[in-house]
Design a protein around this ligand. Structure first.
Ligand code: CIR
Length: 261
């Protein structure tokens, strides 16, 4: 009998009441409609379920303005979960509840002070990691990550990023052999072994797409990039995320995918 495919778990956390105070680095602060952001987030979670994820929602953390962006708090591999150390002080407490949620699924390892590392900088493909060297992820954070994962046979490459928050703001994987990227923010040459699709120049933030199973999720605000992906033969679906984007969050950052180990 064939192996029954096991669904990835998607950890999520609801939009906090304080999201208007979210950290911003490359965006101007504009008012955020909390109800609308929460509605978009619920639709996003429903979409994850439809795509075959088992959504496990953490308790809200209304006092932590960026707590909906759970991707940044951990990187989960089949062998270990690396609990990160986010750059901004305001985000550090987010990791405690994420670690607690993961402790029965995985052995935990920690990025230790003074190093910093955020999950949004970690692009995982097969046995390789590309990790953005950014304002949020320091060189010693990358070194610590490498030491944690090397015993399991993973390699780690540091990638310079400029003009955006995280590596995955600039590039994400959209199938086994293809990345979607914004060449203004990351050097496409680093991904020479992949087929590369560039975002439409009018849609710089479209590079943050979420690949689940045989579907690529793109924010509804990026129809031109969606078209490029479809022309490349990829199956694409969209979700509204423009209210969450005002807090400088994309699609990958609203879930932490845990593939059964
Ligand atoms: C921050 O600046 O930390 C949040 N406002 C946005 C984090 C987005 N995270 C991600 O893309 N992985």
């Amino acid at each position: 009998m064939g192996k029954i495919p096991s669904m990835p778990i998607a950890l999520t956390r609801p939009v906090p009441r304080s999201i208007a105070d979210a950290e911003l680095t490359h965006l101007e602060r504009v008012p955020i409609d909390v109800e609308r952001a929460a509605r978009q987030h619920r639709r996003y979670c429903e979409l994850l379920e439809r795509l075959g994820c088992s959504v496990r929602e953490l308790a809200p953390e209304d006092g932590l303005p960026d707590s909906v962006f759970v991707e940044d708090a951990a990187v989960v591999l089949p062998e270990v979960a690396v609990i990160t150390r986010p750059g901004p002080r305001s985000r550090r407490a987010e990791t405690e509840t994420v670690a607690r949620a993961l402790r029965f699924d995985r052995e935990l390892a920690y990025i230790e002070a003074p190093a910093t590392l955020e999950g949004g900088d970690v692009l995982h493909t097969g046995r390789r990691f590309f990790i953005g060297l950014t304002e949020r992820t320091s060189a010693d954070g990358i070194d610590q990550f490498r030491e944690i994962v090397a015993p399991y046979g993973y390699t780690v490459e540091a990638v310079p990023v400029s003009g955006c928050l995280h590596l995955k703001t600039a590039v994400t994987q959209v199938d086994e052999s293809t990345v979607l990227l914004n060449p203004a923010w990351v050097d496409p040459g680093i991904f020479a072994e992949f087929s590369r699709i560039e975002v439409d120049p009018d849609e710089p933030f479209a590079a943050n797409a979420l690949w689940i199973g045989d579907t690529v999720v793109v924010a509804a605000a990026f129809p031109k990039t969606r078209q490029r992906l479809e022309q490349a033969g990829l199956q694409v679906t969209t979700v509204d995320a423009d209210e969450l984007a005002k807090a400088e969050g994309g699609l990958t950052c609203c879930s932490l995918l845990v593939t059964p180990g």
